[in-house]
Write a protein that binds this ligand. Sequence first.
Ligand code: PLP
Length: 383
Amino acid sequence: MNWLDTTRALPSPCFVVDENLLRANLELFDRVQQEAGVQVLLALKGFATYHVFPLVGRYLAGITASSLNEARLGAEEMKKEVHLYSPAYRPDEIDTLLKLGSHITFNSLNEWRRYATKAQEAGVSAGLRINPEYSPVKTDLYNPCARGSRLGVRLEDLKQSEVGQTEKLDGLHVHNLCESNHEALATTLEILATKFDRYLKRASWLNLGGGHLMTSDNYDVNTAIASLKEIRGLFPHLKIYLEPGSAIAWRTGALVATVLDVVETSEYPVALLDTSFATHMPDCLEMPYRPAIESELEEKSDGGVTYRLGGASCLAGDQVGLYHFPAPLEPGQRLIFLDMAHYTMVKTNTFNGVGLPAIAIIRESGKVEVVKQFDYDSFKSRL
Ligand SMILES: Cc1ncc(COP(=O)(O)O)c(C=O)c1O
């Protein structure tokens, strides 16, 4: 895919999502659904570009929502299963949520006591998020099982309650992975099958959360399918769900940006852009990571020029680098940030009044459609 050619006529900055790349990811998840006998949901927190929901809905069972807004978006735009999970529900929203959702997961035994009967009476399948006290994630910011985690109920607390014993528990939900591989999934399943077997024997579903980076090159999908089949063999009555976000939109989109100026500094020259890491690609600063650019050189070569790239906000740290380019950068030149579909569009903000990037979709037919452009009202209406 040559993003630069395809996106030449688009406004800048602009997110671009390619439906054919997305379809390839969805086909892989569909294979997992068919071969492992599981259901896959799109986690809207990671990717909620509803303009492509008709395509996503052709392959996946539905969506998982973390809020009323996401639940409405999923229900209205995909019209398939809506699963709900939030660390705590608002009393003024629970009735509407129960009208939208097919499944709801509670984060604590308190929340279970508050709402589970109401959910079950409304015909919504009610589950509990458990904390398996295992995660391969090394960064605490992304580790749901870090010490003192507020996410999910630990086995020792669950055992003290009647939930899943005399009180009917429809499902168990676990989310302990983040950009993880097949080995982490296998370990998680082993822990669940040994520690939580008495609950799994009585539940009717198990949701394995997100973080399964099946569409990346390092993931052995066949091993994951074998692990999923194994747990299905142990608990054949269980319906198993996965709810990835990142992996669905992995490498399906780019962010088109333009160089506005180049300034010399006491270190490397900095190219100032019409996009911002702080407002359009916040994970670059939060994680942190350095996004790849289509035209960059992998290593500095003879004649190559090294830059830091500076964002459009005045935050001193709104910059990323270093990058090597084959020739000096000039104002007006386009740069294409790669792999920018997941956890970008859902996290943008208008700090400094920086305008939001437009959104374009490359349809399966190859037609490029600009589906959103933002103006002053998008900024003002949030203040
Ligand atoms: C409960 C839950 N489900 C699913 C996901 C999606 O995870 P990912 O985008 O890493 O696949 C997350 C991400 O934080 C989550 O918290």
